[in-house]
Design a protein around this ligand. Sequence first.
Ligand code: PPS
Ligand code: ADP
Length: 185
Amino acid sequence: MNNKGLILWLTGLSGSGKTTLAKEIERELKERGCSVELLDGDVVRTNLSKGLGFSREDRDTNIRRIGFVANLLSRNGVIVIAAVVSPYRAARDELRHTTDNFVEVYVNAPLEVCEMRDVKGLYAMARAGEIRAFTGIDDPYEEPLNPDIVCYTAAETVEESVAKVIMELQRREYITEKPQLEYVI
Ligand SMILES: Nc1ncnc2c1ncn2[C@@H]1O[C@H](COP(=O)(O)OS(=O)(=O)O)[C@@H](OP(=O)(O)O)[C@H]1O
Ligand SMILES: Nc1ncnc2c1ncn2[C@@H]1O[C@H](COP(=O)(O)OP(=O)(O)O)[C@@H](O)[C@H]1O
């Protein structure tokens, strides 16, 4: 076994880089022979959380469902990467206290940067009033007060952010160091 089970919880604004980082971290961990599952907010909302909206109540239900599944998997040795806006501190803190090996990663980019990226065009729609309760525009995002890792995606490259996460997982002994290639002459 190349890893222990854990929940790597990526929280941040829409467009902050959660999905991008989650996929790269997943790739890196799989390359090291780790057992990994990715739970992306967008994907979860098309099945496990289908029908839920973006009221505080629905968002909290979404987070609890993802946390429940993540905990089942991580208890069985899987590294679960959750990439979810999860804007409410109380919901994230609840997970920290009710699950094992919860590692919170704050994917931190200023709202202006996320809005400029506008990966899915949702910020423009929110500004135009076409969608309501959009996180950062007319709905809150409560920053983590004491995250385990912070990735500043407006200042770091994807590679730098991924390396930071991997190093921290190594330091906490969730994963082993990448085996060095040995050449026999
Ligand atoms: N009102 C509103 N607020 C925030 N986000 C919205 C909203 N409506 C749709 N979307 C899209 O849904 C994605 C967020 O879903 P999550 O499950 O991660 O949100 S939450 O944790 O339950 O708050 C989010 O995905 P990401 O952009 O990948 O973060 C958006 O694409
Ligand atoms: N250091 C970085 N980390 C993550 N994403 C970055 C970074 N620098 C630029 N980006 C870009 O920002 C966008 C983030 O989009 P996405 O990963 O879908 O965010 P989210 O899942 O948080 O909504 C992508 O277009 C990505 O290429």
